[in-house]
Design a protein around this ligand. Structure first.
Ligand SMILES: [Fe+2]
Length: 512
């Protein structure tokens, strides 16, 4: 950055009024420290004319205080001063971790001390008396060096955050992922507050905080920020400019000092923002951190987008299954509610067996779908009150095979096939369609057989009245190890009484 460039970008009007761009390359800020007022005055005039923003201090101690409340790129300091001298000032700055470069001004008699100061980390020194253009040239050289260093740091930081962001586990719930991101930013950027704000999916005009950490009461004006993002503005603001960005720039304890923000973009649309704020005097976020924030914001945006897609798919899936189950019930009024109840009993067994939540959900869906093949069975057979003829029974039995054929072409329902195809297999090998025995029967089929049989026994059928609960349980126990997998029966019996008690408590029906 040259002083000329900063003159134009730092022209009057850039730091107030309408239509301004935030995050511009600011005019470089120089703190001049000298105990001779004449030198301070002359340097201030010359450097301001060259486009620098200039602060002055007459000794090391007040310079150090000034550095605590304002950011400076370079400190141009006299070496010999009463009290805290240039060398000590530089050492204090270093121990505070300030990135500001120091240039020493010195007379002939103290050249050796100046060289010593350079060994200790000063950028350069200039001998008094000097020509103003020599000072300007030296400052520009220092600023160029500083810019290169900052760009290197920026690149390193960006790469670091990219790796970190990739380390986020994709299987995590969305809320946890977003929280991890804000914590990561707070820690890595030494931010005092970080938040992710998105538009409310239920109310497009509103914004909700999805994850926050630290000083959350300092809030940006979201509409204002979103306007900035339309113009692809880089948002990195400090000092007074921060006030224009924030709804509540100060609280009882804090005043915002530095602020960075990036948009959350999903398919070209800005769906929210991510921001970090610092309330420590003199602290400034860097350009590298702003870039790092942009990387993490795209990670957060894709987490939000994946979640939306996943939710969309899941509701399509659930709607499809429920639609199919309803279609079946419409055809077979005698078994109205059968699929729903079997699904509930199957889920109960899955819970009793300690299966994972996704597996429990799958079992539940399997229950809803297990008899889907009956859609392909002749109505008169399905609802016949008398005993079926052998031919009719063979036809009825084909509902397992027919169900499998219905679901097979629908890839997102394929994982439910074992429930549909194998729920009439028997442990002793006398079931259908394949006559498999014991553990050769898919576990899904063994589980569903118990849920299905319990509901069949405790429901009215065209050809008989419902059995009481106790009798049905006795029948399951009697047939454990013969028709049913004994472990599944055990898991069901372990929880069915408590389940019935809870249902009655909620005023819901249970078999007598
Ligand atoms: Fe069935």
């Amino acid at each position: 950055m040259t002083a000329d460039a900063s003159l134009s970008s730092g022209a009057p009007g850039h730091s107030g009024g309408e239509g301004q761009l935030y995050g511009y390359e600011e005019a470089p800020r120089i703190l001049v420290v000298d105990d001779e007022t004449v030198i301070l005055d002359v340097l201030k005039d010359v450097l301001e004319y060259e486009g620098f923003v200039v602060g002055t201090a007459s000794d090391g101690a007040s310079a150090f205080r000034e550095l605590g409340s304002e950011h400076y790129d370079i400190v141009l300091t006299d070496l010999k001063m009463p009290g805290v001298d240039g060398l000590e000032l530089m050492q204090r700055m270093r121990s505070e971790g300030l990135p500001t470069k120091t240039i020493m001004m010195t007379g002939f008699g103290t050249v050796e001390t100046a060289v010593d100061a350079m060994k200790k980390g000063a950028f350069d020194y200039i001998l008094k008396p000097f020509k103003p253009e020599d000072v300007v040239r030296l400052l520009r050289r220092a600023l160029d060096k500083q810019r290169l260093e900052r760009e290197n740091v920026a690149l390193r930081e960006t790469l670091g955050y990219y790796e970190l962001s990739e380390a986020l586990a994709s299987g995590m719930p969305l809320g946890d992922q977003l929280q991890l991101i804000v914590e990561l930013i707070r820690e890595n950027f030494q931010a005092d507050g970080v938040a992710i704000i998105t538009n409310d999916p239920r109310d497009a005009g509103k914004f909700i905080a999805r994850a926050t950490t630290g000083v959350a009461s300092v809030m940006p004006r979201i509409d204002h920020l979103l306007d900035q993002f339309k113009g692809e503005a880089r948002v990195l603001v400090h000092g007074n400019d921060v006030q224009q960005f924030l709804l509540n720039p100060r609280t009882a304890e804090h005043i915002a000092q530095s602020f960075i923000s990036a948009p959350l973009r999903v398919r070209g649309q800005t769906v929210g923002i991510i921001y970090a704020v610092s309330v420590r005097a003199g602290h400034r976020f860097t350009e590298g951190q702003r870039k790092g924030l942009a990387v993490l914001s795209s990670r957060a945006a894709s987490a939000i987008e994946n979640n939306r897609m996943h939710e969309g798919l899941r509701s399509t899936f659930t709607e499809t299954i429920e639609g199919l189950a309803r279609a079946l019930e419409a055809k077979d009024p005698y078994t109205a509610g059968h699929s729903d109840r079997v699904a509930i009993y199957a889920r109960l067994i899955a819970q009793s067996l300690g299966m994972s939540q996704p597996e429990i959900d799958r079992v539940y869906h399997g229950g809803l779908m297990h008899d889907i093949g009956k859609i392909g069975i002749n109505l008169s057979v399905l609802n016949k009150p008398q005993k079926l003829t052998e031919a009719e029974y063979e036809m009825f039995k084909s509902h397992t095979v027919k169900g499998k054929r219905i679901v097979e072409p629908i890839s997102f329902l394929n994982h439910l096939i074992p429930f549909i195809y194998s729920h009439h297999e028997a442990w002793n090998g006398r079931g259908y369609p394949d006559g498999l025995a014991g553990t050769d029967i898919p576990f899904d089929g063994r589980l569903m057989a118990v849920a299905d049989s319990y509901d069949a026994m405790t429901s009215n059928r065209p050809y008989r009245k419902a059995l009481p609960h106790d009798i049905a349980v006795l029948e399951l126990t009697r047939c454990a190890g013969k028709q049913f997998d004994g472990d599944v029966v055990k898991a069901f019996i372990a929880v069915i009484d408590e389940f019935r008690r809870q249902r009655r408590e909620q005023g819901l029906s249970t078999p007598d």
